[in-house]
Design a protein around this ligand. Structure first.
Ligand code: DX5
Ligand code: ZN
Length: 215
């Protein structure tokens, strides 16, 4: 069974508690939390007070995806929000090795995210330190965008890099996931699929999460 991480970015925030409760009762493996600062990406989502409110209700691990500059400044705050996984962008971290160690020292799992144009080979000297790699299959900043097909090629190369280095990292894919793209990603060995608009615009989100889990 593939792990599903529904993205609350596409939820109705006036009903946040109800949506978190729905995810608690679903087959989702974790909750994906998208933080945007309006600088690293051309959009602003929400910050720590909102994550704390989610954490109070959540009975699944929080996968926090930071689309922000200087994520290393916030390692302790992310931990204090109850994050299980802290995802930082490769493109936002000139001192990636140090940030990864800081995340692990803070007791969280360390994940590195790659934008669509960043080659997976950029991780070859840190892959054995990582718990997870997140491949963006859209340009980060917005939900509801179309899946970039080249992601499949990157996924194959990443799986190969993981196998040849003996890394324990799992692979998560984020953006444009639906039943069709999800099936292709599952067949290529993706471990975790993020799904935002496909889940929250569905007439029956619980069933949609369960269908994706069974891919
Ligand atoms: C995009 C975010 C995604 C987003 C995915 O910048 O990182 O997590 O919520 O949304 P969908 O699944 O609608 O592409
Ligand atoms: Zn995300």
């Amino acid at each position: 069974m593939i792990q599903i991480a529904p993205s609350l970015l596409s939820a109705d925030f006036s009903q946040l508690g109800r949506n978190v409760e729905m995810l608690n009762n679903s087959t989702a493996a974790m909750m994906h939390i998208d933080v945007m600062d309006g600088v690293f990406v051309p959009n602003i989502s929400f910050g720590f007070p909102v994550i704390k409110s989610i954490q109070k209700l959540a009975r699944k691990p929080l996968d926090v995806h930071l689309m922000i500059v200087d994520p290393q400044r916030y390692v302790n705050q992310v931990r204090d929000c109850g994050a299980h996984i802290m995802n930082v962008h490769y493109e936002a971290c000139p001192h990636l090795h140090r940030v990864v160690q800081q995340i692990k020292d803070a007791g969280m799992k360390a994940a590195v995210t790659l934008n669509p144009a960043t080659p997976v080979e950029m991780l070859s000297d840190i892959i054995t330190d990582l718990d997870m790699v997140l491949l963006m299959s859209v340009n980060p900043g917005f939900g509801g965008q179309k899946f970039i097909p080249h992601t499949i090629n990157k996924l194959r190369r990443l799986k190969q890099l993981i196998a040849t280095t003996g890394s324990n990292a799992i692979v998560e894919i984020d953006g444009g996931v639906n039943m069709e793209t999800g099936a292709e990603l599952a067949a290529e060995g993706a471990d975790v699929l993020v799904a935002g608009s496909f889940v929250f615009s569905a007439p029956d989100p619980l069933k949609t999460i369960s269908d994706l889990s069974n891919l």
